[in-house]
Design a protein around this ligand. Structure first.
Ligand code: ATP
Length: 293
């Protein structure tokens, strides 16, 4: 289900939280929604869920507004900051209550608990849960309606490295099933190995909206070779841009690792190491926007 955000604007008194914001979120992919603290990510996501009324602009899901969806929680699953649990409720009871409210069927409780790892602490009172466990429980709640769209506000908050790796794999699998996944983060590196597409906002305005692959389009390849000088001369002869940062090391532009390895083999050049140089998302962001993230 494609999500279309068009011309969203929201002011809180004198604060312009979001201004004329438009972007699409495509199905079958993970879109990273990035911006520094206070950029307007949460406000945008709240407007996407009809929790905050926009000053102007629209959000549609496959052409329909959130309020016009027949069963919103079966179409759009969301995890926003500050979701509350009844403290005395167990994690599993919390899921049961939400399953009943959304008319999702009792069998879904065990399914989402297994999917998200909540089963491991299902009998514990929610007040005793760690931040990471709460994140999992929020995610499980969002999944009860088996929604085609997932909107997640900083879902990595409070997760340990293992939890983050799990979340990454989980969200990639959700996208692979054809779902539309939007994940906000103020840590640009967090979505680096997760998102297919990035939407970056700052001060409530769109800064960048493009496929992740394009962010790395101009990356160089660094090679180590005992015949670096000879190889550099060969590459330069065929018009390839090549630099030599230090003896035995070359930085090659405009060729893939496979093309370089094939050329080296054809020239009888031994390579010890061949590494695509991927600038971090932070560096790329700085380069593209000329500001600090
Ligand atoms: N209810 C509100 N009343 C007044 N100002 C608000 C309200 N909600 C948000 N703001 C302001 O709107 C701006 C955008 O905030 P928002 O929470 O959307 O940013 P964010 O990108 O989610 O930030 P963070 O990464 O810190 O969560 C901020 O200046 C914030 O102070």
């Amino acid at each position: 289900m494609k999500v279309e955000v068009r011309g969203l604007t929201k002011t809180f008194g004198p604060v312009a939280a979001v201004t004329g914001l438009s972007f699409d979120v495509a199905p079958g992919a993970v879109t990273g929604f990035l911006g520094p603290n206070g950029a307007g990510k949460t406000t945008t996501m709240r407007m996407m869920l009809d929790l905050v009324a926009p000053g102007s602009g629209t959000v549609t899901y496959a052409g329909r507004r959130y309020s016009d969806l027949a069963r919103p929680s079966a179409a759009v699953g969301a995890v926003l900051d500050g979701a509350g649990f009844h403290p005395a409720c167990t994690a599993r009871d919390h899921l049961r209550i939400y399953a009943r409210m959304g008319r999702h069927g009792a069998a879904r409780v065990a399914e989402v608990a297994d999917l998200t790892g909540v089963s491991a602490f299902g009998d514990r009172a929610t007040r005793t849960l760690s931040t990471g466990m709460r994140q999992r429980l929020n995610l499980a709640t969002a999944l009860l309606g088996d929604p085609g769209v997932l909107l997640l506000d900083e879902p990595g908050n409070g997760l340990d490295p293992e939890g983050i790796a799990w979340l990454r794999g989980f969200l990639r699998a959700m996208a692979a099933e054809g779902r539309t996944v939007l994940v906000s983060s103020h840590v640009l590196g967090e979505v680096e190995h997760l998102a297919d597409h990035v939407v970056v906002i700052r001060d409530g305005r769109l800064v960048l909206d493009r496929p992740m692959a394009e962010l790395y389009g101009s990356a160089a390849v660094v090679i180590h070779s005992p015949q670096a000088e000879a190889f550099a001369a060969r590459l330069a002869e065929r018009g390839t841009q090549v630099g030599q940062p230090r003896p035995g090391v070359l930085r090659v532009h405009g060729l893939t690792t496979a093309e370089i390895a094939t050329l080296a083999a054809s020239y009888g050049v031994v390579l010890h190491e061949i590494t695509p140089e991927r600038p971090t998302l932070e560096q790329t962001f700085l380069h593209l926007t000329g500001g600090s993230p």
